[in-house]
Design a protein around this ligand. Sequence first.
Ligand code: ATP
Ligand code: MG
Ligand code: MG
Length: 552
Amino acid sequence: DSKKAHNFIESLIKDEISSGKHTGKVVTRFPPEPNGYLHVGHAKSICLNFGIADTFGGECNLRFDDTNPEKESQEYIDAIRQDVQWLGYEWAGEVRYASDYFDAIYGYAVELIEKGKAYVCSLTAEQMAEYRGNLKEPGRNSPDRDRPVEENLKLFQDMRDGKYQNGELVLRAKIDMASPNMNLRDPILYRIRYAEHHQTGDKWCIYPMYDFTHPISDAMEGITHSLCTLEFEDHRPLYDWVLDNITPPARPHQTEFARLNLNYTITSKRKLKRLVDEGFVDGWNDPRMPTISGMRHRGYTPKSIRTFCDMIGVNKAGGTVDVGMLEFAIREDLNTRAPRAMCVMRPLKVTLTNYPEGQSETLTLPVHPQNEEMGTREVPWTRTLYIDRDDFVEEPPRKWKRLAPDQAVRLRGGYVMTCREVVRDGDGNIVELKCEYDPKTLGVNPEGYKPNGVIHWVSESDSVEADINLYDRLFNHESPDSDKDGDFVDHLNPESLTRLTGARVEKSLAQPRTDLPYQFEREGYFFFDESASDAGKLVFNRTVTLRDSWAG
Ligand code: ATP
Ligand code: MG
Ligand code: MG
């Protein structure tokens, strides 16, 4: 095969196939715990797992890793399903749950007990930590380690039957209390938790640990390649130990890759949950959140997120990616696809003194300047217009590209006009400009003078009011959670949201598109916020500026 592999995992699998080490279908899984919403880091794992399955004509399962019922909920399950689908991926068959396998997992625990490879331990959590030792010192065996098999079976059954309280007993693997790998020092396999489970209700009062559940779930589903992040590298010996000491229906293997870390961003569900719970943001789908749903709300496209994941690749070693790359990916996508429109953020009234009252004409502008197929839009030209306050100054600096007294600009797609008079209110604020338009300049340069530049505008009567949320990065620190003494919330960017009211968008946006952001010419990309808009008011969220304003 001459095609270059996308990443080291793909080349690894190619090698396995060509050497005959791997035969049959490639089956992967994306295994989120439903204890929060997915974030951009999960997107990397989704693209990798579904991407590998696609590349090899295999399958990828969606499995909820649901062994901590207290922290999980149906809300999170629903949100995760929606996010994976929105990214454009289809899981094989039905959604799966680790809890589907609780009976089987229980059975494998019994198998380990019967083989003398697991025991019920009554040490308290503190004692257990003390017995475990540390990296420099071997641990000590629990006094319960040699409990007879029959007694272990009975106690484990009693744990299941609710005869013990939370924390009173645990089931542990009998591996090696002197192992240099702490994960092998008789890790806990099951603990008692009286908690209602979102899938299994109150059927269980004991729940298996992640490290026991995961290899078994993988085996039950016939997963061939279990891809997980680097922090599980040390857990791989336990993953293998579990599968080598039970009789699993299949033998999956774990491979690790580096987690995505993005600067100016937090990628930890626990911390993101805190932002939500403590009201620093407006829910999990706040457009500033690095969650998939937040990004969707902000106007990120599935394509841009997938492109970003392609750009960053998949590596064995960690590192931090510049969030500028994510912004680059969305700009690239929207630059080619976003419909163009004009929005005047801070309207300043312009009267064209030489344009007859009550008259209007319709200008036809392309929806996209480089893509005729996207069609045209109609923009009415009338006597009263709005331009942005920032596009006018009374005393222009040298090389001013916009409007100033007695200077001319072109209104995008329309005519050239010259400012003749500045009108003020009683407090001296500029409230209106009286301008003269040049009727011979539609689509042609004026004769004898040169306009400063091109600015955007809307007609007063044929525009619609809108509120604009100018979103910026949520944190103003490159690594908000790196600061060991501080708290990441101290690095929230106080200017991450600026709300503008009373902006005006061209009339064609009265029923905005909901599938893609617009490029508001000269301003950036803006996505209609359906959930925030009501009959009387349109709300648009800034997805990203036209250029990177953070680049140093
Ligand atoms: P968090 O710390 O945010 O809770 P997690 O790893 O505990 O993350 P899971 O729900 O267990 O979250 O993640 C599901 C899958 O997504 C796992 O395979 C995990 O390794 C992967 N994943 C999570 N965060 C990242 C990340 N930042 N980069 C790449 N993959 C990730
Ligand atoms: Mg996890
Ligand atoms: Mg977690």
